[in-house]
Design a protein around this ligand. Structure first.
Ligand SMILES: [Zn+2]
Ligand SMILES: [Zn+2]
Length: 348
């Protein structure tokens, strides 16, 4: 088969590799029908994720058709169409037992396209297949479904649920890239009174409005704290989400939250940030961090089925699966191309 193989920093290739096969009785093999690229894949390609070794097939989000199941797989059969989640779950460890699959101790967690070969391929081996896939309900398109592999549960769980967004809250989201836009979309499910999007790119702020932000702030022109003060009688935002992953945006997010409020960090950070405890020690803040568990995937599937969540609108560019090189190029130059999520589909 062909697959997108990491060959070392700044080096990738869509190339011929051996087909995957069942290695454990709990595995399934899935023929990939639709697949996308994550910002994390770009981090890997920069060499920021050293545990990814050359030769690894990238990708942790896909929709496909089951072509083989191991002897212990109970809920899947050949021919089933499934979502392959970015997080695999052993189901038995202490963290899986509390739904904290992202922290799985039994060989799961975020392993696809990371510790084992991933989904940017014609076929993928899915470990712990019963608990790492979701069947695609009738009437839900591959496009809607593949957005539920990572970006939507990440923004909903690590942003909206961890941030404890409540109706009538003022929610500020620092960063209006794909994950920030997904956070805006899923925060809207809880009916906040205002969603304030903060970004230095006007094009992303324009997208933020389309995804449900009613106030947008470009910090290179306006002071976000002043805008939020006006909405909150000077208190600050009830919930702030950091969706960038830089020290300065985290530090800005801390400045925007009200006493007793929540700061939910979604961004993936590669450098330390300063926490000004001398200013916030008495403010009763709750600061959360997290890796997605995908425990909310059934909820999000339900929202897609009922028409309350249009996830396919995240997709801006479409390619055939053999065109991974162009797809990476377009996604990697999102500033110029306006790419949010790219979709690659296979014809078989
Ligand atoms: Zn991802
Ligand atoms: Zn586990």
């Amino acid at each position: 088969m062909k697959a997108l193989v990491y060959q070392g920093p700044h080096d990738r290739a869509w190339t011929e590799v051996p087909d995957p096969s069942i290695q454990f009785a709990t595995d399934a093999i899935v023929q990939v029908d639709a697949v996308t690229i994550c910002g994390t894949d770009l981090h890997i390609l920069k060499g920021d994720v050293p545990e990814v070794v050359p030769g690894r097939i990238l990708g942790h989000e896909a929709v496909g058709t089951v072509t083989a199941v191991g002897a212990a797989v109970q809920t899947l059969a050949v021919g089933d169409r499934v979502l392959v989640s970015c997080v695999s779950a052993c189901g038995n460890c202490r963290f899986c037992r509390e739904g904290r699959y992202g922290q799985c101790l039994g060989g799961g967690g975020w392993i696809l396209g990371h510790m084992i070969d991933g989904t940017q391929a014609e076929y993928v081996r899915v470990p712990f297949a019963d608990r790492s896939t979701y069947k695609i309900p009738d009437g839900v398109t591959d496009e809607q479904m593949v957005m539920l592999a990572d970006i939507l549960p990440t923004s909903y769980e690590v942003g909206v649920l961890a941030g404890a967004v409540r109706p009538a809250d003022v929610v500020a989201i620092v960063g209006a890239g794909p994950i920030g836009l997904a956070a805006i979309m899923t925060a809207g499910l809880v009916s906040p009174s205002h969603i304030v999007a903060i970004d230095i790119a006007d094009s992303r702020l324009e997208s933020a409005r389309k995804f449900g932000a009613d106030v947008v702030v470009n910090p290179s022109r306006d002071n976000p704290r002043a805008v939020i003060d006006e909405l909150t009688a000077g208190l600050g935002a009830d919930v702030v989400m950091e969706a960038v992953g830089l020290p300065e945006t985290f530090e800005q997010a801390v400045e925007l939250v009200r006493p007793g409020g929540h700061l939910a960090n979604i961004g993936v950070h590669g450098a330390p940030a300063t926490l000004h405890l001398e200013r916030i020690w008495g403010k009763d803040l709750t600061i959360t961090t997290g890796l997605v568990d995908t425990c909310s995937t059934p909820t999000l599937i339900g929202l897609v089925v009922s028409g309350q969540l249009d996830t396919a609108r995240m997709i801006t560019h479409r390619f055939g699966i053999g065109d991974f090189e162009s797809a990476y190029d377009v996604f990697g130059r999102a500033g110029e191309t306006g790419a949010l999520k790219v979709l690659l589909t296979a014809t078989h």
